[in-house]
Write a protein of this length. Structure first.
Lengths: 112, 111
């Protein structure tokens, strides 16, 4: 399994601002995934990030709100833009495939 | 209707008990079934995965899949206080890498 780190581990932000979350993996991987975990709700895939191409977003998530970068095979960033209190959530990155995905520790975001 | 349903609990059991955690699903295309354990303020940790129907055992953990009933289970034998966590089921049809998760069941094992 891969070792995944995320920065920051938590943050409190004001509405209208943006936060960039970093995800670092200890090995080269083709695909990285970004999920959101809201209180009382299931983990939901935001987008899939492949190195060298545009991220693929799931229904309900748009690039303007959640821009993603994937500059190399071990690193990705997710930006939460123009934040509102509804964006308060845990954001997680993961790597793997259809049946073995490994998750980072998550970034706990609170928007006030 | 959600694609995956999971009883949120909380479920409280005494140490040593057998725990049964369950999920139901509606999409017959799901082929891969996973169980994750998530401790408080940590990321989900993959416990085990099963392909199609059948059982899979790993130590004190047994995963069961009944595709005819669209029902999966995770059994924990001789439960320990260290098993106290949220357990998430997840599924995938195999055509993409998108996992569909249940909401998780909070388990507390009392010493």
């Amino acid at each position: 399994s891969a070792v995944i780190s995320q920065k920051p581990s938590r943050d409190i932000c004001q509405r209208g601002t943006s936060l960039t979350i970093q995800c670092q993996v200890d090995s080269q991987v083709t695909m990285m995934f970004w999920y959101r975990q809201q209180p009382g709700q299931s983990l939901t895939l935001i987008a899939t990030a492949n190195q060298g191409s545009e991220a693929t977003y799931e229904s309900g998530f748009v690039i303007d709100k959640f821009p993603i970068s994937r500059p190399n095979l071990t690193f990705s960033t997710l930006t939460v833009s123009n934040m509102s209190p509804e964006d308060s959530s845990i954001y997680l990155c993961s790597v793997g495939g259809a049946y073995e995905q490994y998750f980072g520790p998550g970034t706990r975001l609170t928007v006030t | 209707q959600k694609e995956v349903e999971q009883d949120p609990g909380p479920l409280s059991v005494p140490e040593g008990a057998i725990v049964s955690l369950n999920c139901t699903y509606s999409n017959s295309a799901f082929q891969y079934f996973m169980w994750y354990r998530q401790y408080s303020r940590k990321g989900p940790e993959l416990l085990m995965y099963t392909y199609s129907s059948g059982n899979k055992e790993d130590g004190r953990f047994t995963a069961q899949v009944d595709k005819s009933s669209k029902y999966i289970s995770l059994f924990i034998r001789d439960s320990q206080p260290s098993d106290s966590a949220t357990y998430l089921c997840a599924m995938n049809g195999g055509a993409t890498n998108k996992l569909i998760f249940g909401t998780g069941t909070l388990l507390a094992v009392q010493p």
